[in-house]
Design a protein. Structure first.
Length: 169
């Protein structure tokens, strides 16, 4: 059995003891025991670790490489015309509000690509909405009527001069 002693200084900026060296050292060791001792030196907290270990027969795992940053697939934007954006933004706002109300991420209701499909296709029935990718029976029951209502509302002619239908000038 071998012994290694680590003394860790408290870092007030991160509000923790910097233990990366300990973790790296222990990555390929079988730890038998760890004894700790906390002390202050010049009003700075320190933690000393006495590690009893055996060299492991298993090879050390390779250090994890940082994943390359992946670009988001936003090809759905190209499917929308200028006239489609108001409905798309309305659906996206509804989706966000609905997700907050249900306590779920918005993409569970529909991702942006699916919303763009709805706006492009403008289905008029639940059956037509169900033909779109990602809209099965459960989503149709839960969100179908709301989505169709937004689509139906978007096909009404725009109101002129801010007056309600039926108001006289």
């Amino acid at each position: 059995m071998q012994v290694r002693i680590f003394t860790l200084r408290f870092n007030p900026a991160t509000d923790r003891f910097e233990d990366e060296d300990v973790n790296a050292f222990l990555a390929d060791k079988d730890v038998a025991s760890i004894h700790d001792h906390f002390f202050l030196y010049d009003d700075i907290p320190y933690l000393t670790l006495v590690v009893c270990y055996r060299a492991s027969a298993l090879p050390a795992p390779p250090p994890q490489q940082a994943k390359p940053e992946q670009k988001r697939d936003e090809s759905w934007r190209e499917t929308l015309s200028e006239a489609d954006w108001p409905l798309f933004n309305t659906l996206r706002t509804w989706r966000s509000d609905q997700a907050k109300q249900e306590g779920i991420p918005p993409y569970v209701i529909a991702n942006n690509r699916q919303l763009a499909q709805i706006v492009s296709a403008r289905p008029q029935t639940l059956a037509a909405l169900g033909q779109l990718e990602g809209f099965g029976e459960a989503k149709l029951k839960k969100y179908g009527k709301d989505l169709l209502g937004f689509i139906a509302g978007s096909t009404k002619p725009p109101k002129l001069s801010g007056k309600e239908d039926g108001e006289k000038t």
